[in-house]
Design a protein around this ligand. Structure first.
Ligand SMILES: NC(=O)c1ccc[n+]([C@@H]2O[C@H](COP(=O)([O-])OP(=O)(O)OC[C@H]3O[C@@H](n4cnc5c(N)ncnc54)[C@H](O)[C@@H]3O)[C@@H](O)[C@H]2O)c1
Length: 261
């Protein structure tokens, strides 16, 4: 078959993006808008109901198809309801982007000071939540002849130096494990590891005024932090037929931070 740019299109596909409705300028929002622009119907899922509905409305106003669904990914019943909503409204699920996570909420507390409850909550959202979503969508994807699961990990997992980083390297492990388990059903499972990205949450973590920013930028090959939109192209590769032969991979989208000395 000859390659065509149409292989990046997602017309007729149904995508779920978790964590796409929380803060105004978020990576999940950029992902949801990008998937819709490529032709997919998008379920915008977030624990924040108003945010999820607002991002879905943005897509609808731009002429796309979307639904905002309040979802707590730590709660299996809530995840089942999210997937049922996708099936009812759009007929199934082809793409799952496991983007929801705790980051600003947990990154500053040293592991040695984490209470058991804090540790369990971090894993419940950042790892178990992704597993719940994958478990709920995999049978639907298999029924449709395949699908794509993308786990949002982080440059902060290479190497982990926070509990946040530990959860994200665990999510890398879930990515390779599910890729092995689901490959024969034509379900691709990959991950994106963004570097420091200027979402509202990222700006809270590393405001321009932070003395840490100069040192951080000096360590990035391209000397720049990223914007949420700069992650969308790599996501579309992993979600579309253009990426059909890739599975179990982590795409580092970080201006070359991963290759720092
Ligand atoms: N911003 C960065 O620099 C950066 C870098 C690397 C990776 N990431 C990852 O990218 C993703 C998005 O980051 P962001 O910067 O947009 O942050 P964000 O805090 O805006 O996004 C996280 C979203 O997850 C939602 N969420 C939290 N708990 C949930 C739950 N139980 N159920 C459903 N939704 C829940 C929040 O409401 C929020 O909308 C996260 O996975 C984050 O770890 C971010």
């Amino acid at each position: 078959m000859t390659f065509s740019l149409d292989q990046f299109r997602l017309d007729g596909k149904v995508a779920i993006v978790t964590g796409a409705g929380g803060r105004g300028n978020s990576i999940g929002r950029a992902y949801a808008l990008g998937l819709a622009a490529a032709g997919a119907a998008v379920v915008v899922a977030d624990i924040n109901k108003d945010g999820a509905v607002s991002v879905a409305n943005e897509i609808i106003q731009a002429g796309g198809h979307a639904a905002g669904v309040q979802t707590d990914i730590t709660d299996r019943a809530s995840v089942e309801a999210m997937v049922a909503a996708a099936e009812k409204q759009f007929g199934g699920v082809d793409i799952l982007v496991n983007n929801a996570a705790l980051m600003v909420e947990i990154v500053a507390t040293p592991a040695i000071q984490h209470t058991t409850d804090q540790w369990n909550r971090a894993f419940a959202v950042n790892v178990t939540g992704a597993l719940h979503c994958a478990q709920a969508v995999a049978p639907l994807m298999a029924r449709r002849g395949g699908g794509k699961i993308i786990n949002q990990v982080s440059g902060g997992a290479y190497p982990p130096s926070t509990v946040y980083g530990i959860t994200k390297i665990a999510l890398v492990g879930l990515t390779t494990t599910l890729a092995r388990e689901l490959g024969s059903q034509k379900i691709n499972v990959n991950a994106i590891a963004p570097g420091n990205t200027m979402s509202d949450a990222g700006a809270l973590l590393t405001p321009d005024s932070s003395p840490f920013v100069k040192a951080l930028e000096a360590s990035i090959a391209m000397r720049m932090r990223g914007q949420p939109d700069e992650l969308v192209g790599p996501l579309l590769l992993l979600c579309s037929p253009a990426g059909d032969w890739m599975t179990g991979q982590v795409l580092h989208v970080d201006g070359g931070w991963i290759i720092r000395p």
